[in-house]
Design a binder for this molecule. Sequence first.
Ligand code: 9MR
Length: 375
Amino acid sequence: MPSSKWRSLAVVCAVASAAASVLIATPAHADGTLRGHAVERGKFIGAAIATTPLANETAYRNIASTEFNQITAENAMKWESTEPNDNQYTFTGADQIVNFATQNNQQVHGHTLVWHSQTPGWVQGLNATNMRAAMNEHIATVVGRYANNATVVSWDVVNEVFDDNGNMRQSFWFNTLGQSYIADAFRAARAADPNARLCINDYNVEGINAKSTAMFNLVQSLRAQNVPVDCVGFQGHLAIQFGFPNDIQQNMQRFANLGVQVRVTELDVRMQTPRTAAKDTTQAQYYTNVINACNAVTACAGVTIWGFTDKYSWVPDTFSGEGFALIYDNNYAVKPAYTAVHNALDGGTPTNDTTPPTTPGTPTASAITSTGATL
Ligand code: 9MR
């Protein structure tokens, strides 16, 4: 064969391999959404949603609706939003979230009923009798509003009850009511909606450490007293400079062994600025690790990311010099972290076998007679 033929074959190969790499470089979302792959695994993939961009930005709404099958109100269901003054309820933002979810065939995880933060001053100043009554009434009203709404499936009943060392947080709740406020809150939530899944939620409990062990002991003890704790939420506010909690799967499993459902409720992975390709790669690996851990634990219901675009994230407002914690950039373009979540969710066992049939071969006939043939 003349050498020019080899050259043209090489060109064909180069073109073919360029075409192949174009295919590989096609954005991962072209072959399915996050929610599509999560559903195949029987898991949810969620996002925290903020009401202002939800009302104002088409790009935000499009991603929120197409990529996620569960949403959490980032702020709209917190006490300061729903009951800013005693017995004056405002559900505008909460309903906006719930209605959006209903329209898009999504579930809502309610966040959060009893927390030391974003709770109005009028609550914090009550005496014990009145504070307990206000808590029970708030839970009855907020949970009760959505009790017959199939979209709202679960609640963070208490949030961040531990301090950073795993002791009971010395919040106004604890200081006024003692630890019993936790059991009371769960019982009130169960009474308001017997079908909702009731969660305890906290941060820095992803790996096995003093705080997660305190959480483990509390959940075990509450359940031994028939307090209706159904679920444990690991917030998952991670930072690449602090390392990955490599025992996250083992930690989830020990909670699962108590009989509770587990979930990651507020995942984000921040980095110190400036953003670089290398940091993006590390961040993507953290996202992969979290999804893989949830995939590996049957009792893990799913993973919620605390937002989805770097345009709207609590991180830069809270940690000076840090950011870029989410899976889309400021312009709604996917980041390596998106592809990581996508690929970790993909590859589950689909409920329906979608493998295309193999092409049949061309049979050759032999031993042909008037009554038959061998193929
Ligand atoms: O993302 C939320 C941010 O917009 C609020 O200003 C902040 C107020 O404390 O709360 C943020 O969400 C928190 C969540 O409700 C509970 N876990 C920690 C989250 C990040 O602070």
